[in-house]
Design a protein around this ligand. Sequence first.
Ligand code: ADP
Length: 169
Amino acid sequence: RGGRAAARARVSAGRIVASSVEQSYIMIKPDGVQRGLVGEIISRFEKKGFLLKGLKLFQCPKDLAQEHYKDLKDKPFFPGLIEYITSGPVVCMAWEGVGVVASARKLIGATNPLQAEPGTIRGDLAVQTGRNVVHGSDSPDNGKREIALWFKEGELCEWESVLTPWLIE
Ligand code: ADP
């Protein structure tokens, strides 16, 4: 009993830093799905210790892809990017944690997989910018924006992981 109470206390201690808890939109792109890398990629975020709040396999319509990448609409690669993202199902995920946005970007690695460090997802699993297997939000504000864009109300789960006291003191 005492142990359980202590565990709960540590969980709530973890919650004291609630203001710095962020969410990142992470997406396995169609090449990652086709290449059978879904488990491998999800596993990296699970093992790191972030909390999965939303997950779905999804065929992205063209207008959603265009909205998601609207800041790149004037780039020469934009039409190819939209074709790529809509070419097959993607895996949409919302991951939560303190510092998750910047940490996920590190786990994912540089945009160009040939420049991404070994040990990162792109560094280990991809060779070309146009097939770089995974997306991660680049700021907490974009994390919120993208999760709202890709998930409908009711698709995210509020839950507590029993691992939290073993991850956050
Ligand atoms: P990141 O995904 O690392 O945040 P960007 O926001 O710069 O990178 O670009 C978004 C996505 O657009 C990239 O992940 C990649 O799929 C695609 N992209 C970026 N630059 C190029 C390029 N030069 N050629 C083809 N695709 C590109």
